[in-house]
Each structure stands twice: as structure tokens, then as C-alpha cells.
Design a protein around this ligand. Structure first.
Ligand code: UDP
Length: 310
């Protein structure tokens, strides 16, 4: 296959480039580099199966030749990023998704869209099944991301129903691993950077809010399987192992042997989801997928990466 990966220079996008290349496919990565970085794909320079195009997909996408699959991962995804880039976030979810779908239609390509657990908002159902419609405030601070992704899902399903495009939607839960940006503001890079500097870890609020962290290779496996499946409804891909942010801070301090402890700060953004845990029964039955990497194993690899970057 020849695969277009939008957001291909980002954290997850670059891991997808590696996976598709490893499977023998030809990869075109596209990125406007507002949150992605060519450092993430520098190791692919000179690979004849790989091409990078610096382009903002909110503008018309032109690609010469055949494309067999469009894997659409372009978007700011960290709360700090999308608060700084609210309009770009809305535009890439809306116009970017529209252009990427238009390209898939024109090239008769399969399409896979990166959606998010954020479409469930601050969920009133726990754990979250794909059938749960969510609890999102459209004009709250997270609305720019949540609604962009909700609109993107609606558009993807419309292209599937109206044009018969073979579309797939992955709802990604918190994912971590090497190539996350040190300063992207998310809890994993924040805590690891603080721990490696011997500083206290900044826990926002009371630390009782929960998340479920998945290692990036598990996500990539789920995405790869979903693209090759004949399943068109959204699928949660995440690790159901849920913990409080306070517990997570303790694990990071333990693994890094950080003596800096923990400090509490005010809630970062109003409307921080209080719980989040994927129900992955659909991924299990449709894709025969479940996460493999244990938290400590994934964190150890991620910490090794951040040690090099720091
Ligand atoms: N968080 C924290 N300290 C930090 C960064 C984040 O306590 O330095 C909390 C944040 O308030 C949220 C959780 O960790 O409850 C996960 O935040 P992240 O930005 O990683 O992603 P989110 O799941 O909120 O999109």
C-alpha cells in the first residue's frame, strides 16, 4: 500500500510511519509542524519508501500518484496545545478532516481517523463504551478539541454513508511513549521531566481524577488492525488499567527514584474530566486486540527516552 499519514511528524504519527514502513508499505507523511517535529522522522531520511511533505491540511491536499490509505492523525492533542491553538484545532478537525476525506474519496483509498476519549467529555458513564454519547460543554475550554473531534467523526460517517468510503474511527485514550514533546504539558512528560530534574511533581487539583495510560506500541497495533478490518463504527483503543493521577505520580517518583515528592496546584483547566477508562470489549471482539505493555515497562522505556532528550 501507499499510505498518507497526516500528522506524520507528531508523536503518534511518527510511530505509525515506522510501523507501516516495517510492514513493507510506502509512506507519505504530511505535517505543518505546529506541534509535530521533523526530529521524530529524522531517522527515516534517505529511506526510498518514505516521503515527507510540509503542508497544512486545512488547505487543499495535492498528492501525485496513487494512495491506498489515508491515516488521519493531524491535530494538536495536548490540552495546553489546543488552548494555545484553538482555531487551528477547530480548523484541522473540520477543514483538515474534510480535505483528507476528499483525498480518500478521489483516490479510492481507505480512511482511518484519529478520534479521542475527549469526545466523551467529563463522562457520566464509567467505563466508557462506544455507545455512550458523551458529556461535553461545547463552549468550555476543552470544547475546541472535543467538538472538532466530534464533528470529524460525524463527517467521517457521512462520507462512509453517502460516498461509501471505507472509513474507520479510532477513539484513542491517553497514550504515552518516546517522542512525546517534553514541554507539551501533558502529565506523562511533565512528571517525567520534573522527576529527572529532582523536582516535585505538580499534581493538579486533589489528584483523585483518574486516567488509564496506554503505551504507544499498543495503540499502533490497534490502529493497524482497525485499518485492515471491515469495521466502520468507532472503536476505543486504550488501556483499561485505571489509576488516580496521585498514584501515577507516586509510580513515576518510585521508578525514577525522585526524592522531590509532590506538590499540589489548582486544577489546570476548568472541566478536567474526573474519570476516564475505556471499555475495550469492542476492540477485543472485532480486532482481537488488547493492550500488552504493562505500565512500569512502558514508563521505563519512556523515561529512558526523556533522559536522552533532557
Ligand atoms: N496533570 C497533573 N499535573 C501535570 C499535568 C497534568 O496533575 O503536570 C493532570 C491533569 O489535570 C489531568 C491528568 O493529569 O487530570 C491528565 O492530563 P493530560 O494533560 O496528560 O491529559 P488529559 O487526559 O487531561 O487530556
Amino acid at each position: 500500500m501507499r499510505v498518507l499519514i497526516t500528522g506524520g511528524a507528531g508523536f503518534i504519527g511518527s510511530h505509525l510511519c515506522d510501523r507501516f514502513l516495517a510492514e513493507g508499505h510506502n509512506v507519505v507523511a504530511m505535517d505543518n509542524l505546529i506541534t509535530g517535529n521533523t526530529r521524530n522522522i529524522a531517522h527515516l531520511a534517505g529511506n526510498s519508501q518514505f516521503q515527507f511533505i510540509h503542508h497544512d491540511i486545512t488547505n487543499y491536499i495535492y498528492i501525485k500518484g496513487d494512495i491506498d490509505a489515508v491515516v488521519h492523525f493531524a491535530s494538536p492533542a495536548s490540552p495546553i496545545d489546543y488552548l494555545k491553538l484553538p482555531i487551528q484545532t477547530l480548523k484541522v478537525g473540520a477543514l483538515g478532516t474534510h480535505n483528507a476525506l476528499g483525498l480518500a474519496l478521489a483516490k479510492k483509498a481507505k480512511f482511518l481517523s484519529a478520534s479521542t476519549s475527549e469526545i466523551y467529555g467529563d463522562p457520566l458513564e464509567h467505563p466508557q463504551k462506544e455507545s455512550y454519547p458523551g458529556n461535553v460543554d461545547p463552549i468550555g475550554p476543552r470544547g475546541v478539541y472535543d467538538e472538532a473531534k466530534r464533528y470529524a467523526e460525524a463527517l467521517v460517517m457521512a462520507y462512509h454513508r453517502v460516498h461509501g468510503v471505507d472509513t474507520h474511527i479510532v477513539r484513542i485514550f491517553n497514550t504515552y511513549g518516546p517522542r512525546m514533546r517534553l514541554a507539551d504539558g501533558r502529565v506523562v512528560p511533565n512528571f517525567i521531566a520534573q522527576a529527572l530534574r529532582g523536582e516535585p511533581l505538580t499534581v493538579y487539583g486533589d489528584g483523585m481524577q483518574t486516567r488509564s495510560f496506554q503505551y504507544v506500541s499498543d495503540l499502533v497495533e490497534g490502529v493497524y488492525r482497525l485499518l485492515h478490518s471491515d469495521y466502520n463504527d468507532p472503536v476505543n483503543i486504550g488501556n483499561p488499567y485505571e489509576m488516580s493521577i496521585l498514584e501515577f505520580a507516586q509510580v513515576v517518583n518510585e521508578i525514577t527514584e525522585n526524592k522531590g515528592g509532590i506538590i499540589y496546584k489548582d486544577e489546570r483547566i476548568q472541566g478536567d474530566p474526573q474519570t476516564r477508562q475505556p471499555d475495550i470489549s469492542r476492540a477485543k471482539s472485532v480486532l482481537n486486540w488488547e493492550p500488552k505493555v504493562k505500565l512500569r515497562e512502558g514508563l521505563t522505556k519512556t523515561i529512558a527516552y526523556f533522559r536522552e532528550v533532557l
